[in-house]
Design a protein around this ligand. Structure first.
Ligand SMILES: *[C@@H]1O[C@H](CO)[C@@H](O)[C@H](O)[C@H]1NC(C)=O
Ligand SMILES: *[C@@H]1O[C@H](CO)[C@@H](O)[C@H](O)[C@H]1NC(C)=O
Ligand SMILES: *[C@@H]1O[C@H](CO)[C@@H](O)[C@H](O)[C@H]1NC(C)=O
Ligand SMILES: *[C@@H]1O[C@H](CO)[C@@H](O)[C@H](O)[C@H]1NC(C)=O
Ligand SMILES: *[C@@H]1O[C@H](CO)[C@@H](O)[C@H](O)[C@H]1NC(C)=O
Length: 381
């Protein structure tokens, strides 16, 4: 597969970038100076490789495709890895790439979209949802129709849902960072309920069936929870692996705040104000859904002290960037045993220069945004 230069907004597939492995072919392609990958915010993506599914991201296609082609052929002659040019597809993304003709390239031109690792990739989020989820629901309904004639018990039917239907949905939830409305899950639940009760009136409520077996349920999967978990897992990458390419890219796409400030902020927040990237927006919307469910929508004291929209001085004053380098990453770091540290204590612990005293006074004003620790402050006053 070949994807050409993406024009305008980055729309999809960022998470695929983490599939890149240290396969000799991917090393060869990545290290070739003549193969120009797609550049976004200084981050160049050239290749994703999973098993034998190769995805190349190329810019200046007329110049770069022949180089990529000869590299692949040369690699094939040494390794026996053969690229099937007939089966390979080009997906032009930028406006200029759409001008190119089939005659100019050795791959099949497929401007509408292509399939990578079982996922249909198209130009934008709304069309990507349409290309993937409705076909899957239709497939599920067809499966249910076929299985309906089988003499299966209630427990057997729950197992069918768990072993055959859930994994396909879960895979898409993990691959596609898209927000799905509640009605989507209602439709799935309706079809599942209809199947497990063979179209009859249910005799046990769904929440009871969804309980684990230890709690005397049947562990019927809750698709909505799987979707939340699959997406929120990506937020763990924002937190713990910010150096991964797609995390860096998503972070660079945030203006006048940061990813961490948004997830620890008061929810739901009007994300449109801060980030224009639809992938980040979807993830934040899903995070808000989960926070609403967990009834914890207050800002957290883990909110970063730099690039934080709730703490305006951090957006203009680079001193707070230096504080982060010294180890003061979030508001909680300003506390010791739930008491706001004095400036002397902080300078001692983090080696703050004495000239930073004025900066120290700024977060003191702003801690009122965190009721969780603010209650501690008021009782210390
Ligand atoms: C692509 O075609 C449009 C008009 O159809 C033209 O304005 C534009 O310059 C072309 N771009 C390239 C790179 O040839
Ligand atoms: C999304 O892409 C489809 C074609 O793939 C197009 O018809 C539609 O207008 C696009 N929507 C947006 C919002 O760009
Ligand atoms: C992708 O599209 C094809 C038809 O174009 C469809 O058969 C297939 O089910 C779709 N894939 C998913 C994951 O929905
Ligand atoms: C959230 O903040 C409000 C006050 O702003 C407080 O009453 C409430 O207890 C807080 N909730 C949690 C879970 O901390
Ligand atoms: C934080 O303090 C600034 C003044 O330094 C103020 O403008 C801003 O509204 C405060 N933010 C919150 C959430 O209280």
């Amino acid at each position: 597969m070949v994807v050409w230069e993406v024009g305008g907004v980055w729309v999809f597939g960022i998470w695929f970038l983490c599939c890149g492995v240290s396969h000799p072919l991917s090393i060869t392609l990545r290290s070739s100076l003549r193969i120009k990958g797609i550049l976004r915010h200084g981050i160049e993506s050239k290749v994703s490789l999973y098993a034998d599914d190769l995805l190349l991201y190329l810019r200046d296609p007329l110049e770069t495709i022949p180089v990529a082609e000869s590299t692949l052929k040369e690699f094939g002659s040494f390794s026996g890895y053969k690229l099937n040019f007939q089966k390979s597809e080009c997906f032009p993304v930028s406006r200029d790439a759409h001008n190119l003709t089939q005659a100019a390239i050795p791959f099949r031109l497929s401007p509408a979209g292509f399939r990578y690792l079982g996922v249909n990739i198209t130009h934008n989020i709304s069309s990507i949802v349409r290309a993937n989820f409705p076909p899957l629901i239709a497939e599920m309904n067809a499966d249910f129709q076929r299985w309906n004639s089988l003499p299966l018990s209630l427990a057997g039917r729950v197992q069918c849902v768990k072993m055959s239907i859930l994994p396909i949905f879960l895979y898409l939830f993990q691959c596609l960072p898209v927000f799905l409305p509640k009605s989507f899950f209602k439709d799935i639940d309706k079809a599942v309920t209809n199947f497990i009760w063979s179209g009859k009136v249910p005799r046990i409520r769904k929440p009871i069936l969804q309980k684990s077996k230890i709690d005397s349920g049947l562990a019927l999967p809750n698709f909505f929870y799987y979707y939340l978990a699959a997406n929120v897992q990506k937020i763990c990458f924002w937190l713990h692996s910010p150096e991964i390419d797609w995390c860096r890219l998503e972070s660079l796409l945030c203006s006048s705040t940061s990813l961490l400030a948004m997830i620890f902020s008061t929810l739901p927040l009007s994300q449109e104000q801060y980030s224009v990237n639809p992938v980040v927006l979807s993830t934040l919307k899903i995070w808000s859904q989960l926070s609403g469910l967990a009834k914890s929508q207050n800002a957290s004291s883990l909110i970063p002290i730099r690039s934080n929209h709730l703490f305006p001085p951090s957006l203009t004053d680079s001193t707070f960037l230096q504080w982060a380098n010294l180890g003061i990453n979030n508001f909680r770091d300003l506390y010791e045993n739930k008491i706001f540290s004095s400036f002397e204590k902080l300078s001692d612990k983090f080696k703050l220069p004495p000239t930073n005293f004025f900066r120290y006074l700024q977060p003191v004003v702003n801690v009122s945004c965190f009721p969780e620790i603010n209650s501690v402050i008021s009782c210390c006053k």
